[in-house]
Design a protein around this ligand. Structure first.
Ligand SMILES: [Zn+2]
Length: 278
């Protein structure tokens, strides 16, 4: 990516940060197609440069002059056809997650959530599904890629992580839907394989919106440099391939983007998503 383009990326991200200052209550609404997207700020989550050990020091010095990249934990609520649909569930109240307060600000009670689609099963995405071991979203159907569930079942997975994930899957077992990538899910939601960050990391497409989960962690660094992985990416080669594939898809098809860790609201409009163009 050339210098001019990098400047363009920085300008768009600055705009997103400015919006953040005005969206002080931590919720922000967007109208897309025939549905409403509401970004919910679960918490701030700046990404230190040390997470990106593959990155050239000169690039880090230029793009992360303070040694950290602004980032959040964003959860996304879609309201479509009278349904309340969540994408991921944030850190959980026990770890400072503010999702329940943000939902209340948006006028939605936890029991009014109809469906939850998981991009993957890391703690900052599943933490909000349980509170003190109890199901938070009592009426929600939970959708997780079969490949993601399988990825966390082996002996190589650290026991603490495996136990946490198993606890969530067990608590929601009566309403758990493990899906394959050739399926179309309720409300016309299409899962797209974007493996690498985790074994079954899933991006979701709904009309003109693409929810990209953890395809990127530090927008300011990884939009101009998709070849840089964070330490959180389990399979770096696959992560880079997924990043390039999803960036291209979004830019070529003029989609809105919703990302878990872009600075709040974590949403780029169809026009702003042009920054993914190579
Ligand atoms: Zn994450």
């Amino acid at each position: 990516m050339n210098k001019g383009k990098i400047l363009g990326v920085l300008q768009v991200l600055l705009l997103v940060l400015t919006i953040n200052i005005f969206a002080a209550d931590g919720t922000k609404k967007f109208l897309i197609d025939d549905f409403k997207l509401i970004a919910l700020l679960d918490g701030n989550n700046p990404m230190p440069a040390a997470l990106f050990s593959d990155a050239e020091p000169a690039v880090i010095a230029e793009l992360l002059p303070n040694g950290t990249a602004a980032a959040s934990v964003n959860v996304f609520l879609v309201q479509k056809d009278g349904k309340n649909i969540l994408f991921d569930a944030g850190n959980g109240a026990a770890h400072g997650g503010k999702l329940i307060e943000r939902l209340a600000d948006a006028g939605v009670k936890p029991e009014e959530i109809d469906m939850i689609f998981m991009t993957h099963l890391h703690p900052d995405h599943i933490g909000g599904l349980l509170n003190k071991g109890k199901v938070v979203f009592a009426n929600a159907e939970l959708y997780v890629a079969d490949a993601e569930c399988n990825g966390w079942s082996g002996d190589k997975v650290p026991a603490a992580m495996r136990n946490m994930i198993n606890g969530v899957l067990k608590a929601y077992s009566a309403k758990l839907h493990r899906f394959d990538f050739d399926e179309t899910l309720p409300c016309g939601i299409k899962p797209v394989a974007a493996f690498g960050h985790s074994a079954g990391h899933t991006v979701y497409e709904l009309g003109n919106l693409v929810v990209i989960g953890d395809v990127l962690h530090a927008a300011v660094l990884q939009i101009p440099h998709p070849e840089y992985c964070s330490r959180y990416d389990a399979n770096k080669k696959q992560s880079i391939e997924s990043r390039l594939k999803i960036y291209k898809y979004i830019a070529d098809n003029h989609k809105f983007t919703a990302a878990s860790h872009m600075p709040f609201p974590g949403v780029l409009t169809d026009k702003e998503s042009e920054i993914f163009k190579r």
